[in-house]
Design a protein around this ligand. Sequence first.
Ligand code: MRU
Length: 365
Amino acid sequence: VNVEGRHHRTVWLEGSDLCLIDQRLLPYRFEVLRAADHRATAEAIADMTVRGAGAIGAAGGFGMAQGVLEAPEDAFEAYVADAAARLRATRPTAQNLFYAIDRVLAAITPPASVGDFAGARVAAVQEAQHIADQDAEACRRIGEHGAMLVPDGARVSTHCNAGWLAFVDWGSALSPVYAAIRQGKAVFVWVDETRPRSQGSKLTAWELVQEGVPHRVLCDGASASYMARGEVDMVIVGSDRIAANGDVANKIGTYPAALAAREAGIPFYVAAPTSTIDPDCPSGDAIPIEERDPDEVLYVWGRDDDGRLTRVRIAPAPSGARNPAFDVTPAKLVRGIITEFGVVSATPEGIARALSARDAAWHRR
Ligand code: MRU
């Protein structure tokens, strides 16, 4: 979408370099980082230069293609397997990462198995590009389906950043907001700050400024009382992994938002492309939850009055912390899942319906 009026994707390939909007620097500076090989791409995923399930997935697919481009012919298979393992080890929760790596590996298998390395390289780049294009198109369609649920004048609450920065384009939770506004509806967004890394105040608020969408940032502890006193009409969040029974993993703090929405009688929607569904994960209990560096909780980053990015400690020196990056919202708290194929229920039947729509679309490909 637009940055100061210019269209951008979050990730794109130029030759064999992966270009990434450096999300660690926002909202202070807009810079594009070039990752020259799959190792640099893996590092950019792990250090959250690129973050958000869809953007991680697209970067993982391109990183896998970089690995295939780099692989020497006399050790092709071993090099590609090593690159896949390195990329898989970056962030454990976002299903889109594993989906994209597996797709690129599947695309190169027929040419590579007969020694056609040039064919494998072409297939890897094409498949990675296709994954990125499909991500953008899926999010655009999530916007179309989701906008029907957003009434004129709606006050939408969201958690973390599930906007276009979290995908290749458009976003998941914010795509219905953008689509509704393009349809002429008035929409206001409550943005949860989303500690510890503040993706809400740093990224979602920045995105909404770029898009000219009215919004206010709330500290995480405030959103339940705003829901309770009737200042929120609906909640839409994204997801990093959806289990086969409809349980949903998303940024830590999503589960309390869902509980507060249930208590206040507000619909709680999850917006996600079908690439986020993990059919091999029977329930939320089986979703791997990333535990990150405790320093992210014990310190905050910001810009001081002289414009320098600075880290300050906000807990006493001897205190430690726990830092789970995600939580699981049980399916029973989810009103519906907005996918690129329409809104499905957060039930085994709804999830199966979304997956069979995806299979049918694949067969038409
Ligand atoms: O740790 P992050 O910033 O990668 O987590 C992002 C989120 O939790 C988003 O809400 C999620 O990816 C869903 S939308 C892509």
